[in-house]
Design a protein around this ligand. Structure first.
Ligand code: UDP
Length: 339
């Protein structure tokens, strides 16, 4: 039996596939490569010595999915495939609502047809919105995210909760990620943003490798210890391991399980930059810039529930995240391109 991983060639998906294969699980990747490279499959094989099945396929296409479910013995799905750029979602809300909502609907419909009723869903801390105080806890009411991207996460969570209400045989895990950074310690897989990176760590990495001249720090007048925004950074390998634990939990009993996957620790933009410089010895020139629209001053997880229920907690430090990011970026200055 195999685990279907949609978006398995992406940043978090690829790291999760590695953890699954390392545990001896069979994996089927479905990815349309709209924001990922097929080379990831080779890299996964290089790391694990095992080659997952791979289908270049859009999850929205139900008939395409059906043919995969006919060929493969799928026992559960982990659904990563989605559009994920917050700023772009403000510019192109229609595309975000269409892709992210249609893909979850398509996937669960085809899963139900094949009587596969276990799913782990990539959600986000953005579902807490701007009004809940940190640390965020899973039993807080879902808020109103500031972007269409965030709204799609709220809606997909609700769709999955409603599906469980309609059919109590489903076993569903909603994983609310905080800020994943870092890379596999091999340096063979990592984050490879197309165009100008939107997120902080990929931007720092591109400054470090000489692709960008300096980092803009968006706001130094927030009510935080040094005036820059505070986030809960989590090493992508810790995050991947959280998925494996959440998947195991689905075998216990049908239900909807919601977990924060974060460290519980806040780190400011300046702290992250300074740690990166200290760990790598590479200077990161930066300039203070105006606040970015929609940014919250500070948020971080209460990670107690994942520890209590899944026996999962983060193990890697901010130093590990910086070292592994630099290892990946320096070995792959252009990501997966031109190699
Ligand atoms: N940030 C920054 N410069 C950049 C990118 C991000 O100062 O080039 C800041 C951003 O304003 C936020 C923090 O870094 O305070 C984390 O941003 P990211 O987009 O990585 O995560 P998110 O804000 O979505 O949690």
């Amino acid at each position: 039996m195999s685990i279907l991983v949609t978006g398995g060639c992406g940043y978090i998906g690829s790291h999760t596939v590695v953890e699954l294969l390392n545990l001896g699980k069979e994996v089927v990747i479905v990815d349309d490569l709209s924001n990922a490279s097929a080379k990831v499959v080779d890299r996964i094989e290089e790391i694990t010595g095992k080659r997952p099945s791979f289908y270049q396929q859009d999850v929205v296409d139900k008939d395409g999915l059906r043919s995969i479910f006919k060929k493969e013995q799928i026992e559960a799905s982990i659904h990563f495939a989605a559009f994920k750029a917050v700023g772009e979602s403000v510019q192109k809300p229609g595309a975000y609502y269409e892709n992210n909502i249609m893909s979850i609907l398509s996937l669960v419909e085809v899963m139900a047809e094949f009587d596969v009723k276990k799913i782990v869903f990539s959600s986000s801390a953005t579902v807490y919105g701007s009004l809940n105080p940190s640390p965020y806890k899973e039993d807080m009411p879902v808020g109103v995210p500031t972007s269409p991207y965030g709204q799609t996460k709220v809606m997909c969570e609700q769709i999955l909760r409603d599906i469980y209400i309609s059919d109590n045989n489903w076993s569903i895990s909603l994983l609310r990620y905080f800020n994943p950074i870092g890379a596999h310690e091999s340096g063979l897989i990592g984050e490879d943003p197309s165009g100008i990176p939107n997120n902080l760590m990929p931007f720092i990495a591109q400054v470090a490798v000489g692709k960008r001249e300096f980092l803009n720090i968006f706001g130094d007048d927030y009510e935080t210890q040094d005036g820059t925004c505070v986030r809960d950074y989590i090493h992508v390998v810790d995050l991947a391991k959280g998925h494996v634990k959440a998947l195991d939990k689905l075998n216990q009993a049908p239900d909807v399980y919601t977990y924060n996957l974060g460290s519980g620790q806040g780190t400011s933009v300046l702290e992250l930059v300074h740690t990166f410089v200290a760990v790598t010895g590479v200077d990161i020139p930066y300039k203070m810039a105006p606040r970015r629209a929609g940014d919250l001053a500070s948020f971080y997880a209460n990670a107690d529930k994942a520890l209590a229920d899944l026996n999962w907690k983060t193990e890697k430090s901010i130093e590990d995240m910086c070292r592994d990011t630099w290892n990946w970026q320096s070995k792959n200055p252009n990501g997966y391109e031109n190699q």
